[in-house]
Design a protein around this ligand. Structure first.
Ligand code: BGC
Length: 338
């Protein structure tokens, strides 16, 4: 009995000594983003207009495309979700749709890609604020918890391109409410947010952000719009334009000057930048060499300033992947990843 007591005392002392010999572990600093950080580097927008969401049998995008995207040198996708139409009268998302979302994120991750989960009901939201104030929080209440344990390279983008009724004041208010919804289950998840007027860089000064260190600020760039959207049916007056060229010294200087403005804002506000969309429409006859020159210039001006970027878009229109030929559009791909 005495031996037993002695033995257990010995054991206790030895264990305590071993424990105190461990290097003192400091609690890890909470993650934080600052100007110049690039949690995402080279990305592409995917699945925004794919029949997958309605009818899996009609899908164009397959899981192997994630592997193609990774192998080509991209490190993330921006996943464009038009989820409102999959909500019932009480704004509950269809469980089948949620399962499809889980599948997409899982397969992207298995391919080694980060994912920016982008709520893309921007026209619906911007044109009907009353509806948006119901559906957008319902979306994030249901979607955010599903990814509470996801790795750092899964990010949430609250809403693509706010505009119209979502002017600066309305958007700043709505965004901080949405961030609170997300923070409930995802205290340090990277949240992507851009200014009103379709994420225009000109509106960066109107963006008022909560004191939260895990925000990644985004803008979209389609300037000059009469070049990038010439002949595009949804582009207002620009839809009847054709034959607009791009590539002069002045054209290039304009991109550089615009991006300098973004970089200056980023430094002044200590926020990192993601150029979430850019590209030039491909279905109205704009010569490919002009689109390639434009795409390469925008991409490299972004990288020069330390912005992450995601090209608009993988396939459908503005394509970098040709679904019919089942291969990359090499010149556009080279413009993105030389
Ligand atoms: C929209 C697309 C459009 C693209 C370029 C995106 O945000 O969702 O419908 O083609 O911008 O205009």
């Amino acid at each position: 009995m005495r031996l037993l007591r002695w033995l257990s005392a010995f054991l206790l002392v030895t264990l305590a000594a071993a424990a105190s010999a461990q290097p003192t572990s400091h609690p890890a600093a909470p993650p934080a983003l600052h100007a110049g950080d690039q949690p995402f580097h080279r990305g592409v927008n995917v699945l925004g207009y794919d029949p997958y969401w309605k009818d899996v049998a009609k899908r164009r995008f397959e899981w192997r495309h994630f592997r193609e995207i990774r192998a080509a040198g991209f490190d993330f996708v921006r996943l464009n979700l038009q989820a409102f139409k999959f909500m019932d009268a009480r704004n509950r998302l269809d469980p089948a749709w949620l399962a499809k979302l889980d599948d997409v994120v899982r397969h992207a991750q298995q391919a080694g890609l980060g994912v920016v989960i982008d709520e893309h009901d921007f026209d619906l939201c911007s044109n009907d604020l009353i509806m948006c104030r119901q559906k957008l929080p319902a979306f994030w209440q249901q979607v955010a918890p599903r990814f509470a344990n996801a790795p750092r390279n899964v990010a949430f983008e609250i809403l693509n391109e706010p505009h119209a009724q979502l002017d600066a004041a309305a958007w700043n208010g709505l965004f901080s409410q949405m961030l609170a919804v997300v923070r409930h289950t995802n205290p340090t998840r990277i949240v992507v947010v851009g200014p009103t007027s379709w994420n225009s860089l000109k509106e960066l000064p109107t963006l008022q952000l909560p004191a939260d260190r895990n925000l990644l600020v985004t803008f979209h760039y389609y300037e000059p719009f009469h070049f990038t959207h010439q002949g595009a049916s949804w582009a207002g007056d620009v839809k009847s334009l054709h034959g607009i060229t791009w590539g002069s010294v002045a054209d290039r200087a304009a991109v550089a000057a615009d991006f300098d403005q973004v970089a200056a804002w980023s430094r002044a506000n200590d926020r990192p930048i993601l150029l979430g969309e850019f590209g030039a429409y491909d279905k109205s006859g704009t010569p490919q060499d002009l689109r390639v020159a434009y795409t390469a210039a925008v991409r490299s001006e972004a990288e020069r300033r330390g912005f992450g970027w995601s090209y608009w878009q993988f396939e459908g229109d503005f394509i970098v992947w040709d679904m019919v030929k089942d291969r990359w559009v090499e010149p556009i791909l080279k413009a993105l990843i030389p």
